[in-house]
Write a protein that binds this ligand. Structure first.
Ligand code: FAD
Ligand code: 2HG
Ligand code: ZN
Length: 466
């Protein structure tokens, strides 16, 4: 329970301006991109340094105050939601890029640096930071690490885990760990850094990271293809793989997703005269020589009768426009109706059977509920959005979508798929963890949690079923 004396300590440490208790601030900082739980934090604190974070965490541990670490609040699993009187600890002010090493190709950043800021700083020295997602303007590197974000370039560069060389973490005790200091090679016992990546703020607060940069991909070509049946999409991926091209993205979306984007995203237009059941967005790197790769690839895909139409971007503006058809799906759906989201993954060679088995579930879903499917197909990652009319009562919609979702998860369990490929468990999927993790795994995860956070004060209620 928060007392005036606690607020007085926070104000003394951070200054009055950086301890927020107004209703609007509590609401804004108490929620993420999900809008399912009612935000109810006790206060928001905005430290400016690792030392501030450590002091706050120590104080909260001594006074039994629960903390929710908070990044850009673009999360889609309610991991940053504070609905039970917690203190929201926002990393917004830890927003400095501390060092860019263009030779070693690394960058040291504070946790509150946005993904886009990191991308731009890499570009300034002629390098590339490969994590890329539509929320990049708002999400933080710290949030990307805590969620082990995937994004649209995973197929080539991997997710956030692959980009983290070093990590500074404040433990629930307030102790500061400096893990791996940015080394590329280091085999000295357990790699503790990996434990914190994807731990959704339940094991420690990330305050700094050394991230990996790469040489920039050259001459990216973007194409969108119209596809008549789902089974042809993995077949297209197979053609790309056999052709030995350097894929930087292999994304797909359905007709329903496409139509929603055309309806809601400003300036969006379809590159094709006719609407198709499925679309694939393909990005390849043609390399420094600029040798044409995309055209012969598409010819091969046409020859194998896997697509009905295709367009290749002729300029960077057109490439951006084509990417918009994929990247604007989430925002467009949010405008279109009530939403419940799944973020699942399967082995790529099982996707077609899974989609066929999903069909009866789609058909038996309530008539006013659409299942809009899209995602990072090249990674076996499907996003299923259950979308209903905004005129419906929100809670009633969620309950009905949950019934359908449980059927989807049961099916997914049969395929040994994951109920979260990239967004995490947060508060939203705690009851569903068992679909993807065994009892033994969950028990071990709980032991790790209580070893690091014996009082259960760091992001309580997240990941584990209550
Ligand atoms: P928050 O939402 O603020 O927090 C997420 C979790 O991390 C919470 O559990 C929080 O407690 C914890 N956390 C935050 N900062 C820290 C820290 N410094 N230390 C410890 N814990 C911390 N995700 C993908 O993986 N791929 C996508 O392609 C993708 N696209 C998206 C597109 C849109 C339009 C939107 C809205 C979201 C998308 N997301 C995607 C989800 C989201 O952007 C990512 O999960 C992102 O990594 C969250 O970062 P954040 O800073 O906003 O974190
Ligand atoms: C994406 O790939 C994000 O665009 C969001 O992971 C997915 O809105 C979603 O379900
Ligand atoms: Zn995604």
């Amino acid at each position: 329970m928060l007392h005036e004396s606690h607020l007085a300590y926070f104000r003394k440490l951070l200054g009055d301006a950086f301890v927020l208790t107004g209703a609007n601030d509590l609401e804004a900082y108490g929620r993420d991109w999900t809008r399912i739980h009612t935000p109810k934090p006790a206060a928001v604190v905005l430290p400016a340094s690792t030392a501030d974070v450590a002091a706050l965490v120590k104080y909260c541990a001594a006074h039994q105050l629960a903390i929710v670490p908070s990044g850009g609040r673009t999360g889609l699993a309610a991991g940053a939601v504070a609905a039970n009187g917690e203190i929201v600890l926002s990393l917004n002010r830890l927003n400095q890029i501390e060092d860019v090493d263009a030779v070693g190709m690394t960058m040291r950043v504070q946790a509150g640096v946005t993904t886009q800021q990191a991308q731009e700083a890499a570009k300034e020295v002629g390098l590339f930071f490969p994590l890329d997602l539509a929320a990049k303007g708002s999400c933080h590197i710290g949030g990307n690490i805590a969620t082990n974000a995937g994004g649209v370039k995973f197929i080539r560069f991997g997710g956030m885990r692959e980009q983290v060389l070093g990590l500074e973490v404040v433990l629930p005790s307030g102790e500061i760990l400096d893990l791996n200091t940015g080394l590329r090679k280091n085999n000295t016992g357990y790699d503790l850094r990996q434990l914190f990546i994807g731990s959704e703020g339940t094991l420690g607060i990330v305050t700094k990271a050394t991230i990996r940069l790469t040489p920039p991909p050259r001459n990216m070509q973007v194409s969108v293809m119209a596809v008549r049946k789902f089974a042809d999409i993995p077949a297209i991926l197979g053609v790309c793989n056999r052709a030995g091209v350097q894929l930087t993205a292999f994304e797909f979306f359905t007709r329903e997703a496409h139509e929603i984007v055309l309806q809601h995203a400003m300036g969006a237009r379809s590159p094709f005269a006719e609407i198709s059941p499925y679309y694939v967005l393909l990005e390849v790197e043609e390399g420094p020589s600029g040798q044409q790769v995309m055209e012969p690839l598409l010819e091969q895909i046409f020859t194998e009768d896997l697509i009905t139409d295709a367009v290749i971007a002729q300029s960077s503006a057109q490439a951006k426009e084509l990417w918009g058809l994929r990247e604007n799906i989430t925002e467009s759906i949010a405008k279109h109706g009530h939403v419940r989201k799944n973020d699942i993954s399967l082995a790529i060679n099982q996707l077609t059977d899974f989609i066929a088995d999903l069909e009866p579930i789609v058909q038996s879903a309530p008539k006013d509920m659409q299942l809009v499917i899209f995602g990072h197909l090249g990674d076996g990652n499907l996003h299923i959005n259950y979308v209903g009319p905004k005129s419906q009562d929100f809670a009633a919609f969620q309950a009905r979508a949950r019934e359908v979702e449980l059927q989807v998860f049961a099916l997914l369990g049969r395929y040994k798929g994951s109920i979260s490929a990239e967004h995490g468990i947060g508060l939203l999927k705690t009851k569903d963890l068992h679909f993807s993790r065994s009892d033994a795994e969950i028990a071990l995860m709980r032991q790790i949690k209580s070893l690091l956070d014996p009082k259960g004060l760091l992001n309580p209620g997240k990941i584990f079923p209550g």
